[in-house]
Ligand binder design. Sequence first.
Ligand SMILES: Nc1nc2c(ncn2[C@@H]2O[C@H](COP(=O)(O)OP(=O)(O)OP(=O)(O)O)[C@@H](O)[C@H]2O)c(=O)[nH]1
Length: 398
Amino acid sequence: MSYGLGGACETASNISTCTDGEYHQYISHYNTPSRSHQQSRPYSNGFQNPIMLNGHNRLDDTEEHQQQIDGDYEEIAPDRPRLLMWGLTKSGKTSIIKLIFEKMTAGETLQLPETKIIQIHELTCGIHVRFQIRDVPGPKTASLLDYDTYSSECTTIVFILDATDDCSDSINLLVSSVQWMHSKGLDVRFEVLIHKIDGVHEQDRLDRYSHIQQQVTVMLHECSIEAPLINFYLTSIYDHSIFEAFSKIVQNQMRQLRVLENMLDLVTATTQLDKIFVCDIYNKIFLASDTKPVESQISELCCDVVDVYTDISSIYGKSNSPVLDPSSYCTIELSIGLVLYLKDINETTALICILKKESNINGALMEVNLNILKQNIQELFVANSNYSPRQQLNTSTE
Ligand SMILES: Nc1nc2c(ncn2[C@@H]2O[C@H](COP(=O)(O)OP(=O)(O)OP(=O)(O)O)[C@@H](O)[C@H]2O)c(=O)[nH]1
């Protein structure tokens, strides 16, 4: 068995069932002698300002600065996905954005004021994955007032449903929102967060999930909407579930996802690594992982590695240098027999690998493979930096 990624790529390029054009393009990239030239200008769009990398709230800026940001984003990523946070008032829309993208703690969200006007956040994950999130005032009842303005040009509606409340108003609002999109002929995906699940008894959570999902399906069926693009997730800001769900939502926007997954699958198939994640270390959004099923405790462990790494780096690292640089790595051995390994891809994105401790690892070979993987991921992101949402949408529920 070959552990070299080069060998793995050759094998993969012979798989006749693979029809993804970008995937083949990636393989030929990999074999092109001019690769070193491409590496010498990895971020060709000049989008390197670290303030912008961690997301930008337009309402915090002066008008002139706002126009500059709008102009930058329109120029760099005119087709970026636009996500609308939608749901009844106090369902938790603002809290989710503040927790993931602005490092607010769950406790601090208790003090958040009611949203009065639309807030537009231009966000970037892993330098190249750009998208817009709109946070809007939630209606108090199942009313679609202003929904047409809020949702204009949106590619995805992230619907927040407070699971601790009587859900009937929320379900009515969700169904009428899907119906409205359907009546306009818009193929918009709905990502439904059954939220504040920490407030529901653990043994009742799955029942709550199935009940809401069934009720929505039946109501949409009655409106003759048979195969809506709708996914459901159980979430809470008090645990890892919100990061997991939001990672899937971001992944569903990424055109590069399938290629990235193929690359990670190739590496896990030819090395002793059990699982690989590509993670934005600032907001703990997983941009991709290999396609082997994974328990949520494992992805939670990866978030813990990121926390440990960034905490130590911010305490002991140089104050003006990025948390990740080309020589960054970290290895943590766990008492349960697993080893967690973090390695940089760029200043904001890391590879996080999981392997069994007893594996007879050839460390040097693994390092070579991961370096090749890192280069290929960088090239893939640069090649796709002006991306549009994936066309092939998945209707499966979680
Ligand atoms: N228990 C629990 N409370 C949450 C969770 N998420 C948000 N909250 C709380 O819900 C309350 C309302 O949250 P917001 O984020 O202001 O809700 P919103 O949907 O933006 O509300 P509007 O601005 O009125 O539309 C806050 O007190 C949050 O702390 C969660 O996962 N669990």
